[in-house]
Design a protein around this ligand. Sequence first.
Ligand code: NAD
Length: 471
Amino acid sequence: MHQIDKVYINGEFVTPKGSALFDLYNPATGAVNGQVRLANRDDAQKAIAAAKAAFQAFSQSSKETRLALLQRLYDAVVARADDITAAVVEEYGGPVSMMSQWTTMAAQNFLDMADTLESYDFTQKIRASDVVMTPIGVVGIVIPWNSNVGFITSRLATAIAAGCCTVIKPSEMSALQTQVLCECLHAAGLPNGVFNVVTGTGIEVGAEIARSPDVAKISFTGSTAVGKDILRASADTMKRVTLELGGKSPTIILDDADLDAAVPLILAAGFLNSGQACIAGTRVLVAREKHDELAQKLVAAMNDIVVAEPTDPASRIGPMVSRKQYERVQGYIIKGIEEGADLLAGGPGHPEGLGGYFVRPTLFGNVDNAMTIARDEIFGPVLCLIPYEDEEQAITIANDTDYGLAAYVMSSDPARAGRVAERIDAGRICINGFQHEPQAPFGGFKQSGIGRQYGVHGLESHLEPKVIMGR
Ligand code: NAD
């Protein structure tokens, strides 16, 4: 049984003032495997005060100092990569083959931001004026459970590059992996107060960060509903916000696409992170005359997807993170059947031989884009196959959503796919693949968020331009 009873404030692991206990579960079995003692408002305030005090000196630190810290953070995470992966697999249920790659990517976030920082000029000239890009202040980092380690490293890397100090509030469901990661970050030897980690509930700790006048910016990743609460709470103190929210991304299969090549990409995009991914391509748009052929190929390929214990190296889809998430996905599968979509694979209940929070990877065919399963973010391995009449209608359906985070376009003619991509309202569009560019801006259109992470766009969202004239 894991007992996590410390938070990290001002360079030390300390016992929180909060005394509420939260049970941790192994999602592969549903059994309790630990407890975390949650931080409360007082702990949040202490963490904010520590970050505010540290900001005085850290905001003045040189580029060389920050580059050295980013390198030390990278080294410290790499040194314990296996421990981090083991904690994520046990606590979150992500398949080990994928989670070990994600730990590597999480460490890499520090080096990617160091690359950005190295070539960034904090003083720019506009005619005779100096535009000095100035660290914004204390940054509140509020994040979800679906990629806890990667979110902490990427958001912290950006804040450090900018010269900002941070208060990080992970999900209470990520306490174990947060503890291991905190030990790594501590080993990197940052100045006290530059990062503080207070695991607690959103209503208690998250809301305190959003309300505090001493927090200049919130970098939030999570649901659109909570993102709206954060935006409202931030208005009173005019906080800057970066909001990375939900998605319902389209995968558009143009009528000239090679279906055999498209199938693995559709499944990779749709079932990424066991379907618990903001960028999952969950609405698969296909020309009506190709619908049945693609459906058959997808069902055949889904039979080969290994759904198994996350510790099994062959596993490609693990359990949902929690009972709540399991029930949410079950509810949507039942809703899809009730609304009249064709259930082509999967369905309600557990996969054979598995319990815990495992769900059956599910494919619905002949889905209408107005159905609930095509509109709501399900956050599980449930795909909707939506027929369209022509390219124009495919674009209309793709854009007929409240979200706009990612999109995927497949075609044997990349130039044609590029023309379609330009008409899709989404922050990131991949053509014939599942590409990633860590220096390119990442974020959403419409209700998928505000602002961008990564690279220069992410860095500048932590800086205020100050114009000095006449010197
Ligand atoms: P969530 O919105 O419920 O919680 C996210 C974080 O906000 C948690 O730490 C939570 O404790 C905190 N929180 C909750 N209420 C709060 C409040 N009133 N004030 C301040 N903080 C509060 O999201 P979740 O269920 O943990 O994660 C899944 C969601 O995250 C999905 O919608 C997914 O699409 C989204 N997500 C988006 C991205 C992206 O980059 N766009 C990436 C990953 C996940």
